[in-house]
Design a binder for this molecule. Structure first.
Ligand code: PMP
Length: 363
């Protein structure tokens, strides 16, 4: 019997990645920004897309020069970043897949520290890269010596680490980035995935500040979270220009549509107002953490727009109980924990109310 379709062996029987997309009143499950872009931003995006539509008979700017300059300018709030140091693709998921296509591959190894973002092993699998994980400490931090040992044993060509980490919310200590960049050396790249970077607490530094010290450091960001642009699909990175040149070899030609480029440029023009909402969400995050702790839950310190809390004997029952009350959160992370994204004040009040009810009804 021949199996049809003739899938690669390692892909057989695998379900596509993705959280349930359910139509419920309070959606706190995929770390989206609960605020849509402002009317002024929507108008700017719309008129920019109209302009782009006039020339859709032509391929877009393959090098997305204007967008790279705007992204470099935005990142320069945290560190000196020039346009040649910037690369972008359709979501930071695509950026990271391209990184694995360029720097991973058969005979090469990628490492991370679990628990971490569940898409990473998929990039590795899809690029036939060997995948190895080290362990995080009980507080979800990474031990420097453990990092050194893992790198010495596995000799990875790619290290992938989110900061803040998904699903725990833990930011990487700068010493961990330093240790990994030095341990990996120039036979590998260290990718610090700052998808939630803008939500970090004051005092938590960005790895962008370390770019000038390490040629093998890559920092990725996205417009999906802080820029309220999950539907836009625009992720990007900052790194040595030689890394951007290497990715050019594996990218598909014209991978960023003219519509995407126009919309992203328009959204970037509204950065100050969008980042104002990020400040509100950071405050709401801190209130949520304090409330959960006040109710006796364990909560991982969070630098992100979500928090991991627990612990529950039967987390699925709690998740289901919340869903029955119209609140969708995420059943993910280590056993016994649940992850809630930070929504508006009203949404968080609904979450708190539902959680108290569910806990009262638990056997
Ligand atoms: N990295 C992390 C840690 C994430 O949690 C996510 C999205 N959930 C991404 C990257 C990908 O985001 P996007 O492709 O929307 O940029």
């Amino acid at each position: 019997m021949v199996d049809f379709p003739p899938l690669r062996e390692e892909l057989r029987g695998i379900a596509p990645y993705g959280a349930p997309q359910l139509d419920v009143p309070v959606q706190l499950n995929v770390n989206e920004n609960p605020y849509g872009p402002s009317p002024a931003c929507v108008d700017d995006i719309a008129s920019s897309v109209v302009e782009a539509a006039r020339t859709l008979n032509r391929y877009p700017d393959r090098e997305f020069v204007a967008l790279r300059a705007a992204l470099a300018d935005y990142l320069s709030r945290d560190a000196r970043v020039t346009p040649e140091m910037v690369w972008a693709a359709n979501g930071s998921n695509e950026v990271m897949l391209q990184l694995l296509q360029a720097f991973g591959g058969p005979g090469r190894t990628a490492v991370s520290f679990a628990p971490t973002y569940s898409m990473y092993p998929e990039y590795a699998r899809d690029t036939s890269t060997r995948w190895v994980t080290g362990r995080r400490e009980d507080d979800f931090s990474i031990d420097l010596e453990a990092a050194r040992v893992l790198v010495a044993e596995e000799r990875p060509s790619v290290v992938l680490l989110p900061s803040p980490n998904n699903p725990t919310g833990t930011a990487l200590a700068p010493e961990v980035v330093t240790t990994l960049c030095e341990a990996v050396g120039e036979s590998g790249v260290v990718v610090v995935d700052e998808a939630y970077g803008e939500f970090r607490r004051s005092g938590t530094p960005s790895a962008l500040e370390q770019l000038s010290a390490y040629r093998n450091l890559v920092v990725t960001r996205t417009m999906s979270k802080a820029f309220a642009g999950a539907g836009l699909r625009l992720g990007y990175l900052a790194a040595d220009p030689a890394i951007c040149d290497a990715i050019r070899v594996v990218r598909l030609p014209y991978h960023l549509s003219a519509v995407t480029q126009a919309a992203a440029l328009a959204a970037l023009r509204h950065a100050p107002e969008l980042l104002g909402k990020v400040d509100e969400l950071r405050a709401e995050r801190d209130r949520t953490v304090a409330w959960l702790r006040g109710e006796g839950f364990e909560v991982a310190d969070s630098d992100a727009n979500f928090c991991l809390f627990g612990t529950f004997g039967d987390r699925h029952a709690v998740w289901q109980g919340l869903l029955d009350r119209g609140v969708l959160i995420r059943e993910t992370g280590p056993d016994g924990w649940l992850r809630v994204s930070i929504g508006t004040a009203d949404e968080m009040a609904a979450f708190q109310d539902a959680l108290l009810h569910v806990m009262k009804e638990m056997p």
